[in-house]
Design a protein around this ligand. Structure first.
Ligand SMILES: NC(=O)c1ccc[n+]([C@@H]2O[C@H](COP(=O)([O-])OP(=O)(O)OC[C@H]3O[C@@H](n4cnc5c(N)ncnc54)[C@H](O)[C@@H]3O)[C@@H](O)[C@H]2O)c1
Length: 252
């Protein structure tokens, strides 16, 4: 479905973003892995290429709008198209609201909310000019339901859900679909770090999930793949929850 299409994924050096890159690459897409971590990003792109995929790495700190603008311009010049942009980059600071270091708050907003908007604006301009394109914003169940100590994470994620509504509505009639995904808990470095630091517990995550297991990277990638495809042509301004039942579940 995505053969030769240009797919850009932010924060794709590892974790969910890398899983998405692999899924689109399977279709023969031209996948652009972007990340602030150049070493891991280059390594992941190289790994995909060694498996026969058309993957490249482009450094991108989503906090800097000049960088996302420059990347979009470069891709338009070199490839003449931009089909899908996934706003996936994220950081997870945890701590009580009253003592949360303000730089952790600022970073969370900068990466996950402002970063998503800057990238969507840059990608959206190109897609509007083309009259075609899809932007997928990665939110979280944390944007709907609050876990204590996650103020820096949940608030920007809730903002991302509204960003998807806002841009989805603004651009719907001009051929650009903006959609979102809200994953439940998936074991990536982000989640492992919380467990290692003692701010999260695997058994509680499992108990909180009606399916009694964490999600797989591939299960999130598959949902993003579908959302970005023409199969989802009437889905717009919507954030799809993919969480093993987490959000629906009233645990007591
Ligand atoms: N893993 C989960 O359980 C889970 C659940 C819900 C939502 N999410 C969301 O999915 C996305 C991916 O999460 P993950 O679990 O793969 O995390 P991860 O930590 O494994 O990967 C996140 C990537 O984002 C990159 N990044 C951080 N700051 C950046 C910046 N300023 N510019 C560009 N890249 C930057 C990191 O270098 C890293 O490669 C995040 O938005 C996260 O909030 C994850």
């Amino acid at each position: 479905m995505f053969k030769d299409q240009v797919i850009v994924i932010t924060g794709a050096a590892r974790g969910l973003g890398l899983g998405m890159a692999k899924r689109f690459a399977r279709d023969g897409a031209q996948v652009v892995i972007t990340d602030i971590d150049q070493v891991a990003g280059e390594r992941s792109a190289q790994q995909l290429r060694s498996e026969g995929a058309a993957a490249q790495f482009a450094p991108l700190d989503v906090r800097d709008p000049a960088q996302s603008n420059a990347l979009v311009e470069q891709l338009a010049r070199e490839k003449g198209r931009l089909d899908v942009w996934v706003n996936n980059a994220g950081v997870a600071y945890k701590g009580p609201a009253e003592t949360l270091p303000l730089n952790e708050w600022d970073q969370s907003i900068a990466v996950m909310l402002s970063g998503a908007f800057y990238c969507a604006q840059a990608a959206g301009r190109q897609m509007l000019a083309q009259g075609r394109g899809v932007i997928v914003n990665v939110a979280s169940v944390g944007g709907y339901k609050y876990i204590e100590g996650r103020v820096a994470y949940s608030v920007p994620k809730a903002g991302v859900i509204m960003l998807t509504q806002a841009l989805g509505i603004e651009w719907a009639k001009r051929g650009v679909r903006v959609v979102g995904i809200a994953p439940g808990v998936v074991m990536t470095e982000m989640v492992q770090k919380g467990i290692d630091e003692g701010t999260a517990r695997l058994d509680l995550y499992e108990r909180r999930t009606p399916m009694r297991r964490l999600g797989a990277v591939e299960e999130i990638a598959e949902a993003v793949y579908w959302l970005a495809s023409d199969e989802a042509s009437y889905v717009v301004a919507e954030t799809m929850i993919v969480d093993g039942g987490w959000t629906a579940y009233q645990l007591f």
